[in-house]
Design a protein around this ligand. Structure first.
Ligand code: APR
Length: 237
């Protein structure tokens, strides 16, 4: 029996750009004059909660008017049809991967459609603006915040991700600038464990030099073509 490669795919804001969601570091990427690094911190939430809540409330509300694109669809197809081990790790906080149908998926930077209680740690699906007048539905504390990993906080699921990277035969990075750790270090971790590495991105990223192969172009062209390649190389037996 053929041993199917174990694949880890890391995605970033570039894959949702073609759905109309702005990336973080494009020129003009300031929000009301703030750099994303100045809004997405615990210090900012304490100093100016209204500003931070508005930033995420606008993004959460905007999800209603965007839809998954061909890249999300292609990765969902890979998830459905790939019989070997696969993990999609996204830095994106939108829900476009799951709306396209991906299941083997981790949101390492949290999710817009989720709220986290800073008092009791409960996470729950959240569609409305934050904070609510009534406090946390689980413990009552007035401590609900966006369920987003702020700069300086530990991303979700790091143990599972590190384990998957240590087993991966192929690591693929799509639509990310490689500017934010620990995700920016995944390519080196995967390499150290012997994985082949491929970058699919519009521009050169900060980590491009670490990949065995890099392909430049829009994700909407590169990703469906790569998924076709993988599924053709290992057709269902
Ligand atoms: N197709 C492929 N890549 C694209 C496309 C596209 N259509 N459009 C843009 N890109 C690429 C850009 O060239 C850039 O390298 O996507 C990358 C987007 O980079 P960033 O804006 O830095 O987004 P990302 O890497 O996801 O940011 C990482 O930073 O602010 C934090 O927590 C936030 O998860 C985010 C993290």
């Amino acid at each position: 029996m053929i041993q199917l490669p174990t694949i880890v795919v890391l995605t970033g804001a570039g894959i949702s750009a073609e759905s109309g969601i702005a990336t973080f570091r494009a020129p003009g990427g300031l929000w009301e004059g703030h750099r994303v690094e100045d809004v997405c911190t615990l210090e900012a939430l304490v100093r100016d909660p209204a500003l931070v809540h508005r930033f995420y409330d606008l993004r959460r509300a905007a999800l209603a008017s965007v839809a998954p694109n061909v890249t999300h669809d292609a990765l969902a197809r890979l998830d459905r049809e790939w019989r070997g081990a696969l993990l999609i790790v996204t830095q994106n906080v939108d829900d476009l991967h799951e709306r396209a149908g991906a299941v083997r998926l981790l949101h390492m930077h949290g999710e817009l459609r989720s709220a986290l209680c800073a008092a009791c740690g409960a996470r729950r699906v959240w569609e409305a603006a934050l904070p609510p007048r009534t406090g946390c539905p689980a413990c009552g504390a007035p401590a609900l915040r966006p369920d987003i990993v702020f700069f300086g906080e530990m991303p979700y699921q790091m143990e599972r991700i590190a384990d998957a990277l240590s087993r991966a035969n192929l690591f693929v990075s799509v639509g990310t600038s490689g500017a934010v750790y620990p995700a920016a270090g995944f390519v080196r971790l995967a390499r150290e464990h012997g994985a082949a590495t491929l970058e699919l991105n519009l521009d050169r990223s900060e980590g491009s030099g670490w990949f065995d192969e890099t392909r430049r172009g829009p994700a909407g062209i590169l990703v469906p073509a790569w998924v076709d390649e993988v599924l053709t190389s290992y057709p269902p037996s």
